[in-house]
Design a binder for this molecule. Structure first.
Ligand code: BES
Ligand code: ZN
Length: 617
């Protein structure tokens, strides 16, 4: 009896120690690919865990504190981190002050921080401060929030901005766990891409833990006068008080989305899925920060019509956060898979027609993007070469919509059952790790194509510009009817209002986006008088309507003032750039510059930098 117990115990112990050995060995022997957007040399010395201890000061708009890392050193005499616009005050290695060196500044990559370490160094600690040039942080005045009484702060890490608020090895190949202690003014609450508080506490000190390893671009922080409202045991929303109920209502299908996603590609690995709705200057529709998606308030339409955004960010919990693109050249592995997964979730919840409308809107985005990229065909390949460029250059609808179309075409070729089994095994095999395009192709060949004796032009889709001839043809009866209604209005100047009675916002968007180039100002006026597009409460409809108003020199119903107001409050990059682009196309740059003069100060750096470039500033 005793002997048996002893045997069981020892075998458990051996098992545990074997696993430990395996893990630590993996850490030491993992080979990282050459990476052009980080100075880190992780094959020499790599970070494995971050302990962040910071103070958020709204008066000076500075974050300051200490970032302490556990590291694994493969006998190097230094470790290199990425920094940009940070003030480094002191560095220690295992508690003793050591020398460090900040290299020359590169406009997009920032400065390498080289720290002296010993063969057996286990921890390094960096005392630092952010500066006014930080690109990740947007400090908002009370005026820029819904409540207008307290300031707000949020971070945006993707693609390479985390290094502007934390000194870190900022490569998607390097995963770390983290703990954080964040001190904020006691009337505000802090939340992170981690285990989060659900209530404010009087001390203003919040503790966080992210126990799953994540890449640096997924570390995120938001600080503001926010509250939490649960949707289910594991889903819920954060927002400013006056928005909380509306947001809760809008996203009330969130638990169903998680269930649908799990049914498709396996268990949700992050325990909690919450969304925080930020003030309108947030530069993206959404950002998939693990456990806590950051979202724009422009999707709160009152009718759940824009919630595919939540499905999208949720899908990143698999494609992106669980299986991460190894380099920014493989960005389509994050976004193309996510759009595919997003549309599958939407289909599961709301049916095929809704899914196909989304797919067709994406198809039109792709065609527009291809048209605009005629001079740079290499950038229309799925696998990019962004060496020497800012990864932001590759973040356009090619990765999203061509990536989607590739996967949809593949699905139609192999059948849904095989496709789903394949994707599930792909996520499973690469969980909490990174993959690149070449490894994906090998995996696809071995586990889906060769196995089933299927030939497919994968290489053409991935390494050639444009869209291959075998692209899936997506059809939507609803959209065909919209096109007919539009066509007949253009020809007869009579609008069939009855036909539009039950249109969804997607159908309205499709209607407005497809005005012929020579639509007349009178026709614009007639449509606006009938449907009041200028005052639509759906941000997507107003955005495409404003675009048409700008392009077609329509000035009725006070639309110019509305456009200016929109551009002065909304910082969502896609919306903002669409409208400034329309001004440029219509040779109305003077008007654009006039608006931008006041609007720029409300934008996050991500949006401001893109618009600066667009307007040649
Ligand atoms: N991860 C992206 C946002 C992003 C991309 C940030 C590149 C920084 C660099 C996010 O998941 C996303 O794709 N957002 C879209 C929403 C969407 C439904 C396609 C957006 O912001 O519009
Ligand atoms: Zn995305």
């Amino acid at each position: 009896m005793k002997k048996a117990l002893f045997l069981v115990l020892t075998s458990i112990l051996t098992l545990i120690s074997c696993q430990e050995n395996k893990e630590s060995k993996q850490e030491n022997t993992k080979t990282y690919l050459e990476e052009s957007h980080s100075y880190a040399q992780p094959n020499d010395a790599v970070i494995t865990h971050l302990n962040l201890d910071i103070d958020v000061d709204f008066d000076t708009q500075v974050i300051s504190g200490v970032a302490t890392y556990d590291i694994v050193n493969n006998s190097s005499s230094f470790i290199i981190l990425d920094t940009k616009f940070l003030e480094i005050e002191e560095v220690t290695a295992d508690g003793k002050e050591v020398g460090f060196y900040l290299g020359t500044m590169d406009e997009s990559l920032g400065q390498p921080l080289t720290i002296e370490i010993k063969e057996d160094t286990k921890k390094i600690a960096i005392t630092y401060k952010t500066t006014a040039q930080t690109e990740a942080l947007q400090w908002l005045t009370a005026q820029q929030t819904a409540e207008k009484t307290n300031p707000f702060l949020f971070t945006q890490g993707q693609a390479i901005l985390t290094r502007t608020w934390i000194p870190i090895q900022d490569s998607p190949q390097i995963r770390i766990t983290y703990d954080a202690t964040v001190k904020v003014p006691s009337n505000l609450m802090a939340v992170m891409s981690a285990e989060n508080p659900k209530e404010k506490n009087a001390s203003g000190v919040y503790n966080f833990k992210m126990k799953q390893p994540i890449p640096a671009y997924l570390i995120a922080l938001a600080v503001g006068d926010i509250e939490y409202k649960a949707i289910s045991d594991r889903t819920g929303v954060y927002a400013e008080k006056s928005m909380l109920d509306k947001v809760h209502e809008e996203f009330s299908d969130m638990e169903k989305m998680v269930v649908a996603a799990e049914d498709l590609y396996g268990e949700y690995d992050w325990e909690q899925f919450d969304v925080i709705v930020l003030p309108p200057s947030f530069p993206f529709g959404g950002m998939e920060n693990p456990r806590l998606t950051f979202a724009t308030p422009t999707v709160i339409a009152g009718d759940k019509s824009l919630t595919s955004l939540v499905a999208h960010e949720l899908a990143h919990s698999w494609s992106g956060n669980l299986v991460t693109n190894a380099t920014w050249n493989d960005f389509w592995l994050n976004e193309g898979f996510t759009v595919y997964f997003e549309i599958r979730i939407m289909e599961a919840l709301y049916g095929k027609e809704r899914a196909n409308m989304l797919a067709l809107i994406g198809r039109q985005d792709l065609d527009d993007e291809l048209e605009g990229m005629k001079e740079t065909p290499n950038d229309t390949k799925l696998k990019l070469d962004l060496k020497g460029r800012n990864p932001d250059d590759g973040m356009n609808s090619i990765a999203y919509d061509k990536g989607y179309l590739f996967l949809r075409t593949l699905e139609e070729k192999v059948g849904r059952e095989k496709m789903d089994a394949f994707l599930k095994s792909y996520f499973n095999k690469n969980a909490f790790s990174t993959t690149n395009t070449e490894d994906f192709i090998t995996y696809l060949n071995e586990n889906l194509l060769e196995k089933n004796n299927i030939t497919f032009n994968t290489e053409e889709w991935i390494y050639e510009p444009g869209v291959p001839d075998n692209a899936a043809i997506i059809k939507s009866n609803a959209f065909t009817n919209v096109e007919k209604t539009l066509q007949s209005f253009i020809e007869t100047n009579k609008i069939d209002v009855a036909a539009t009675q039950n249109w969804t916002p997607q159908e309205w968007v499709h209607f407005v986006r497809n005005f012929p180039e020579d639509i007349s100002v009178d026709q614009m006026q007639q449509l606006d008088d009938t449907f009041d597009f200028t005052n639509s409460t759906n941000s997507y409809i107003t955005m495409v309507w404003y675009e048409q108003a700008i392009l077609n020199n329509y000035h009725g119903n006070n639309v110019d003032a509305k456009i200016a107001e929109f551009l002065n409050t909304v910082g969502r990059r896609w919306y903002v750039t669409t409208l400034f682009n329309a001004f440029a196309k219509a040779n109305r740059t003077d008007e654009a510059l006039k608006i931008y003069k006041t609007a720029r100060g409300n934008y996050h750096s991500v949006t401001a930098n893109t618009v600066d470039e667009m307007l040649g500033l």
